[in-house]
Design a protein around this ligand. Structure first.
Ligand SMILES: *Cc1c(COP(=O)(O)O)cnc(C)c1O
Length: 367
């Protein structure tokens, strides 16, 4: 029996970098700067440049990047924020943390990102103050349509790019550069991942960036002068920033390899009960490769027997999460409900070998 093909393998991802990461760690240890020092400053500049955005403010994780990002744009009690329901509660949790209310908008059945038609239907019938656009699985949402709706209806656009570092449209414009601000996560499994938690917000607006640099540090406008409500300690540390600086120059190649694997799957998996996403270009950085099937349990069992790990991202729509009780029991979003009931994630990470990809394809086709 050969070894199982994993959904992800961080040991394989990090091993080739070990000596460079150890060197970076040794330099941080010797430097005497451990929080908000030169590595954080340099990484913020490098990551903003890489995204094609003027400012980057790093924070402790992607969840706080979302919440503080929304706060920096004035989202608070009484505000309404449109979100999708198939993205594991991250956006919804941030909206609730700000004291605002989520408005659940259906996804497009093929792209799994927010359906602009459903967003327009929501905006036409109720006030929407902001929208969180989640570039789910690494696929850039339909930003052209969403930005057009933003000007028509006057709402703010916030992008959740935690799965989409580097996804770009036909003109080369990258995820995070469309909305008023955008959040990223550097959790270890993300396309760009630290060796611990990390996050960032990017924005072209200097005032927003200034607000964020206060919110992440107790709401201070200077030492021991608390200016802003909603502030806290949410900082990226020097060690993680130093690691991220080692990895950022490698990210384009990692994304290209992820896309290559995803496109092999899309072109070579052929089964009448498995629906694959379309083969993709630069707008997809293949954070997760997700297929649909009417018999999820059957497919996962078959794959497990063939030594292929799989996962489900994500099984429960936000509006059906237990914390809400019956609050949203009246909501039915057809494409979101169908997605949550049928998605299966196949192994997809840059270090997957061609032979492993072939094994996954053959196992699917033999089902
Ligand atoms: C991972 C993730 C987050 C949260 O990031 P953390 O760093 O784990 O807090 C937010 N949104 C999406 C879409 C994610 O995938």
């Amino acid at each position: 029996m050969t070894t199982t093909v994993p959904v992800n393998a961080l040991d394989r991802h990090i091993a080739p970098l070990a000596s460079r990461l150890e060197q970076a760690a040794a330099e941080v240890i010797a430097s005497g700067y451990y929080v908000l020092g030169p590595n954080v400053k340099a990484f913020e500049k490098e990551f903003a440049d890489w995204c094609g955005v003027a400012n980057c403010v790093t924070v402790a994780n992607g969840t706080e990047a979302l919440e503080l990002g929304l706060r920096s744009l004035g989202i608070r009690e009484g505000k309404t924020v449109a979100v999708v329901g198939n993205a594991a509660m991250y956006g919804t949790t941030a909206v609730l943390a700000c004291g605002a209310s989520p408005v659940f908008v259906d996804i497009h059945p093929v792209t799994s990102t927010m359906d602009p038609k459903a967003l327009e239907a929501a905006a036409a019938t109720q006030r929407i103050d902001a929208v969180i656009v989640t570039h789910l699985y690494g696929r850039l949402a339909d930003m052209q349509a969403i930005m057009a709706l933003a000007s028509k209806y006057g709402f703010t656009v916030f992008e959740d790019c935690a799965q989409a570092h580097g996804a770009r449209d036909a003109s080369g414009r990258k995820a995070g550069s469309f909305g008023s601000a955008a959040s990223f996560s550097f959790y270890p499994t993300k396309n760009l991942g630290a060796l611990g938690d990390g996050g960032a917000i990017v924005t072209n607006d200097t005032t927003t960036a200034d607000t964020l640099s206060k919110l992440r540090q107790y709401g201070w406008n200077g030492k021991y002068r608390n200016e802003l409500q909603g502030g806290r300690n949410s900082r990226l540390d020097e060690m993680q920033a130093a690691f991220l600086r080692v990895m950022l120059p490698l990210l384009d190649d990692w994304n290209a390899r992820r896309r290559e694997i995803a496109n092999r799957y899309s072109n070579e998996i052929r089964h009448d009960r498995i629906t694959v996403p379309p083969a993709s270009g630069d707008d997809f950085v293949a954070h997760l490769y997700v297929v649909r099937t009417v018999d999820r349990e059957g497919l996962q069992k078959h794959l497990a027997a063939a030594g292929i790990a799989s996962d489900v991202h994500y099984p429960v729509p936000d509006y059906r999460q237990p914390l809400f009780g019956n609050r949203y029991s009246g909501i039915t979003l057809a494409a979101t409900d169908a997605a949550c009931a049928s998605v299966v994630t196949l192994p997809c990470f840059p270090e997957l070998t061609d032979e492993e990809v072939t094994r996954v394809i053959e196992a699917c086709n033999r089902w």
